[in-house]
Design a protein around this ligand. Structure first.
Ligand SMILES: *Cc1c(COP(=O)(O)O)cnc(C)c1O
Length: 394
C-alpha cells in the first residue's frame, strides 16, 4: 500500500486516538516492577483511578483487554450455575452473555431491540418475581458501543432497590468511563468493568474492575475457578503499589499521564465536551437525511453515534471508500447490524476541528460511494459548534 500522507483519522469508537503526551509517557525504559520507582507509579495510578470511577473502593488493574475484566467480574463473584440477569442492549451485551454461558453460569437474557437501553421497569418486574432470590447478579452495559445507546444506570439501580433484591449489580463501562458520567459509588454498582483504549485515551492492553464491599464479600464465597483473574492476591499486593505478576509497566506510565490530563481538563468538562461533539454529530446526521440508530433521545450516546445506511446500500462498501479516499477509519456494523450501520466515534482525545474533519470525511464518502443523502451535514455541525462555543464564553 502506498504511503498515506497526513494524519490517519481513527474515528472508530475504540481504540481511540492516543495523544502525544501519553505516547511520550509510555516511551520510557521498563523498570523493575518490584522496585521503588514502580511502587510510586503503582500507588499514584491506583489512587488516581478511583477519582475517574468516582469510588472510594479499590480499582483492580489487569494486563488485558476489556474482555478480561468482564471475565474477572464474573469469576470472582459467582459460583457454577448461578443465575445472572443480563440485558440485550446489543453486540457487546450479547458477547458478555455468551461468556457467562461458557463459564457455566445460567444467564437469563432479557430481550432488547438494539435501539434502546436496558429497561429499568422490566428489570424491576423480573427481580420482583424472583421470590427465591435465585438471581445472583444483574449485568448491564452502560454505553452499548455497537448501537450508540447509553443505558440509564442510576435508574436500573433504583429498579433493583424497588424490587428489594439482593443481586450484585455489574456494569460494563468500557466505552463510557471518562467519556460519559459513571458514578460507581453513588449508583451502588458492585463491579464496574472498564478498559484502557476508549475514554482513557490509552492503547489497548489494560482493563479494570472497580469493586464494592458487597462484591468483595461475594468474592469470599464465590466458587468459579480463577487464578490469573483473582482479586485476592491483586488487592493484597496493590496495598503497597505492587502486582502479583508482571504488570503492563509502560501502559501504566501512559495511564498516569492520561489521569493527569483528565484531572487538568476536569472530569465534568470532559463529559460536557463529549456531549457537545455528540450533539453536533447528530445534527450532521439529520442534515444528511440519515437515521440515528438510537431510538430514544434520552439514551443518545455521547461517545459514538451509530447511523443506519439507507435501504439497499452497503456500510462495508461505504467505509472502504472512506478509508481509501480520505484515510478515515469509521466503526463497522457489529453482529446483526453488519453491513447495516456505521459508527462515528467521537470519544477520547478529540476536539472541534477533528470532529469537523471526521464529518467532512463522512459527507464526502457518502457522495463518493453513491449513498443517497443531502448535503449540509458538516455545515450544520459547524453552526452548532460555533454557537455552542459562544454560549460557553458568556
Ligand atoms: C470495546 C468494548 C468491549 C470489549 O473490550 P475489548 O477491549 O475489545 O476486550 C466490551 N464492552 C464494550 C461496551 C466495549 O465498548
Amino acid at each position: 500500500m502506498a504511503y498515506a500522507t497526513g494524519r490517519h483519522f481513527l474515528q472508530i469508537p475504540g481504540p481511540t486516538n492516543v495523544p502525544e503526551r501519553v505516547l511520550r509517557a509510555i516511551d520510557h525504559p521498563t523498570v523493575d516492577h518490584r522496585g521503588p520507582e514502580f511502587q510510586k507509579l503503582g500507588l499514584e495510578v491506583l489512587e488516581g483511578l478511583k477519582r475517574v470511577f468516582k469510588t472510594q473502593s479499590p480499582v483492580v488493574v489487569f494486563p488485558a483487554s476489556g474482555t478480561g475484566a468482564w471475565e474477572a467480574a464474573l469469576v470472582n463473584t459467582l459460583s457454577p450455575g448461578d443465575r445472572v440477569l443480563m440485558f440485550e442492549t446489543g453486540h457487546f451485551a450479547t458477547l458478555w452473555q455468551n461468556m457467562a454461558n461458557k463459564l457455566g453460569l445460567a444467564p437469563e437474557f432479557m430481550k432488547g431491540d438494539w435501539r434502546h437501553g436496558a429497561d429499568p421497569a422490566a428489570i424491576e418486574a423480573r427481580l420482583a418475581e424472583d421470590k427465591k432470590r435465585e438471581i445472583k447478579a444483574v449485568c448491564v452495559v452502560h454505553n452499548e458501543t455497537s448501537t450508540g445507546v447509553t443505558s440509564r444506570i442510576a435508574e436500573v439501580r433504583k429498579a433493583i432497590d424497588r424490587a428489594g433484591h439482593s443481586a450484585l449489580f455489574m456494569v460494563d463501562a468500557i466505552s463510557s468511563l471518562a467519556s460519559i458520567d459513571h458514578r460507581h459509588d453513588e449508583w451502588g454498582v458492585d463491579v464496574t468493568v472498564a478498559g484502557s483504549q476508549k475514554g482513557l485515551m490509552l492503547p489497548p492492553g489494560l482493563s479494570f474492575n472497580a469493586l464494592s464491599d458487597k462484591a468483595r464479600a461475594a468474592a469470599r464465597r464465590a466458587k468459579l475457578p480463577k487464578s490469573y483473574w483473582s482479586w485476592e492476591d491483586m488487592l493484597a499486593n496493590n496495598q503497597n503499589g505492587f502486582f502479583p505478576y508482571t504488570p503492563a509497566t509502560n501502559l501504566l506510565y501512559g495511564l498516569r499521564e492520561s489521569l493527569r490530563m483528565l484531572a487538568e481538563e476536569g472530569l465534568e468538562n470532559v463529559f460536557r465536551r463529549h456531549d457537545r461533539h455528540a450533539e453536533a454529530t447528530r445534527r450532521a446526521v439529520r442534515a444528511w437525511g440519515l437515521e440515528i440508530l438510537c431510538a430514544d433521545p434520552h439514551e443518545y450516546s455521547s461517545a459514538l453515534t451509530a447511523v443506519l445506511m439507507p435501504e439497499g446500500t452497503s456500510e462495508i462498501a461505504f467505509r472502504n471508500v472512506v478509508l481509501e479516499r480520505f484515510n478515515l477509519s469509521l466503526g463497522s456494523g457489529l453482529g446483526k447490524l453488519r453491513d447495516k450501520v456505521f459508527r462515528i466515534g467521537h470519544l477520547g482525545d478529540f476536539n472541534d476541528l477533528m470532529l469537523c474533519g471526521t464529518l467532512a470525511g463522512v459527507e464526502m464518502g457518502l457522495a463518493s460511494a453513491g449513498v443517497p443523502h443531502k448535503q449540509g451535514g458538516v455545515a450544520a455541525a459547524m453552526e452548532y459548534l460555533a454557537s455552542a462555543n459562544l454560549e460557553s464564553l458568556t
